[in-house]
Design a binder for this molecule. Structure first.
Ligand code: PFF
Length: 456
């Protein structure tokens, strides 16, 4: 039973630290880099509404389920699933759910690190005054110069991977906790400042309209919005599960989940409100793709009072936000190697980090020498680069699939008594959670999958 289990990896000092760490995992490039560009690519308003619905009806219930499973299992997602299946006298093959998460995390980090490298290089570009008085064309050229140079991307990718390995190697208490405590509130404050700048561009309402006026969306857009709800909340791959395994019994999962999801959503919306007014004020394309924030924010920094300092701060904090997410992406794999192979944390981090770095080379090249090498998968996508393919398969397929099975396990496989022990501190919320995770969440994920492949 879970009462007797303790995590061999340690425990969060207190509830606030858990919330900060989980928020650190959730808030990252997904909110500030990815949310604006996929919103731009998918036409704005309706996409945002579908995304918000997915956060509330799918993401939040799954987050509660994932933390609950982690806290009962107290191990890496693979061993947690084995242990919980055994507790409930169910098939040990549930461990494959843990494995899929480990693989997804590793694949996501391989490209996440390359993009985090962009953010780091922008700290220096902004600090060196490159953007002072810059035009939209100029900002575009600076971005293109960066991504077309594989050596530079490789150098930044390597630095970021080493930084990630160092924190993960230091472990839960010494590494993860310290890295998150101060940075999240700072990032929040800075984003607010940029939103205030955006209000002065004269195009603020255009940004608001773009973000919130309903338009049209197709099945693929809905899948991307749902996939992003998983990605941005770090769900479906065991990251939040493994963080939950370091959480002690006396903390409320419900409260923590609501706080984390709320903070994550507010940061994404602030990023949208910061970026789109600048996009419209400068006649830029909302659908410009992965370079969107790197082509827009420097224009703001280049034209505002104290912009160089703010820009340096912003990209530094973006890098930190990426860092606190990156560590959660490989924590499940590292915890597994420590538990099953007897590795110490340092050795495990170096192994996983090294492999991730290697796969990341594909993403480095997909912005330059492999830019014209594309892949198509019938019914799913056409002509995507290596980077786009990884992103699509992980965020839009693997995470929702992982989430679907987590929901099924928590609501149908695990006994109601076990779930109640973990979540019933708020009986009303518990009933809503149970209804959502039993019926709404699984059906919604399946319907979105079917709609995306054109089956309905
Ligand atoms: N939630 C992170 C972000 O929005 O940037 C990315 C992420 C971290 C996804 C951890 C999945 C994960 F397990």
């Amino acid at each position: 039973m879970s009462e007797q289990r303790t995590s061999i990896h340690g425990q969060w000092t207190n509830r606030t630290v858990f919330i900060l760490a989980a928020t650190g995992s959730a808030v990252g490039l997904g909110n500030i880099w990815k949310f604006p560009y996929i919103t731009g690519e998918n036409g704005g308003g309706t996409f945002v509404i579908v995304y918000l619905l997915c956060i509330a009806l799918i993401g939040l219930p799954i987050m509660m389920a994932e933390i609950m499973l982690g806290r009962r299992g107290k191990q890496s997602p693979i061993n947690t699933m084995i242990a919980l299946a055994k507790d409930e006298n169910r098939n040990p093959h549930w461990m494959w759910l843990g494995w899929m998460g480990v693989v997804a995390g590793f694949l996501i980090l391989s490209y996440y690190s390359v993009i985090a490298g962009w953010a780091m290089s922008y700290v220096f570009r902004t600090g060196g005054g490159m953007f002072i008085g810059v035009t939209a064309d100029g900002a575009n050229r600076i971005f293109t110069d960066l991504v077309s140079d594989p050596e530079r991307l490789l150098a930044w990718h390597s630095i970021f991977m080493v930084m990630t390995m160092i924190v993960v190697a230091r472990g839960v208490k010494n590494g993860l906790e310290k890295a998150v405590t101060l940075l999240m509130p700072l990032l929040f404050g800075l984003l607010l400042l940029i939103v205030i700048y955006s209000m002065t561009t004269g195009y603020f309402m255009d940004g608001v309209r773009f973000l919130f006026t309903p338009g049209s969306i197709d099945g693929k857009g809905i899948l991307i919005a749902m996939g992003h709800a998983f990605f941005t909340l770090s769900l479906g791959m065991g990251a939040i599960m493994v963080y939950g395994s370091y959480l002690s019994e006396d903390h409320s999962i419900v409260q923590a989940s609501i706080l984390i999801a709320l903070a994550d959503t507010v940061v994404a919306l602030l990023a949208g409100l910061a970026i789109f007014p600048i996009v419209f004020a400068n006649g830029l394309e909302p659908g410009a793709g992965p370079g969107l924030i790197f082509q827009t924010l420097p224009i703001a920094f280049g034209h505002m009072e104290g912009g160089t300092l703010l820009g340096v701060l912003f990209f530094t904090l973006l890098m930190f936000a990426a860092w606190t997410s990156a560590i959660s992406l490989i924590e499940p794999a590292v915890a597994y190697l420590v538990e099953n192979k007897g590795f110490n944390r340092i050795y495990a981090s170096v192994w996983i980090g090294g492999l991730t770095w290697f796969v990341g080379l594909g993403t480095v090249f997909s912005f330059n020498i492999w830019a014209d090498k594309t892949l198509s998968i019938p019914f799913l996508f056409e002509d995507l680069t290596f980077f786009d393919t990884l992103d699509y398969l992980t965020a839009n397929i693997m995470l929702p699939l992982g989430g679907l099975f987590i929901a099924i396990f928590a609501a149908w496989v695990m006994s109601e008594r076990s779930a109640k022990e973990e979540l019933a501190t708020y009986p009303k919320v518990y009933s809503v959670w149970r209804f959502l995770v039993r019926y709404i969440t699984p059906v919604a994920v399946i319907v979105v999958f079917l709609k995306a492949v054109g089956a309905i």
